[in-house]
Design a protein. Sequence first.
Length: 176
Amino acid sequence: MTKHMKTGHSRSMVTIFCEDITLANTDAIVNSANRSLIAGSGVCGEIFRKAGKPELEQECIEIRNTLSTKWLPIGGVIVTKPYNLKCNHIIHTVAPKNYVDDSKLLELPFINSLKMAKSLGCKSIAFPAIGGGINGFSLRKVARICKRVFEKSELDIYIYINSNERLIEFKKYYYR
């Protein structure tokens, strides 16, 4: 069952779902990628599996090989084809790791993904709770960052949370 809540900010509409992000029918979806841009676990792994892992992974490796450092920095973004997904673009970005990296960097994946989506002409974008999974940030911190960053956006934003419990927690802090 889909559970969501809408809030109209001054420029955009934000909708929060408890659903699989790979089902999003938006112009772009955001993948919380690892620095090496290969299929990972959690949301990243699911996006690769549903999109078509061999093709998506090959495109990511080709892009990675053009980067001077051979890895994507925190907050960096790249764009790939959607392959088997309904969206038009997959925007891959890297979140910092809690207790390792500066938590102030957690805004960058959200800000830079929105900038990239706008440059691609997107009107809508789907986000997971970037940093709130394996990277170890609390949903409280992620929700507050989302609210602050998304208030300034002109895009329609869809936030996908992967369980009812996490959805309740995320909304608790997003709408506070």
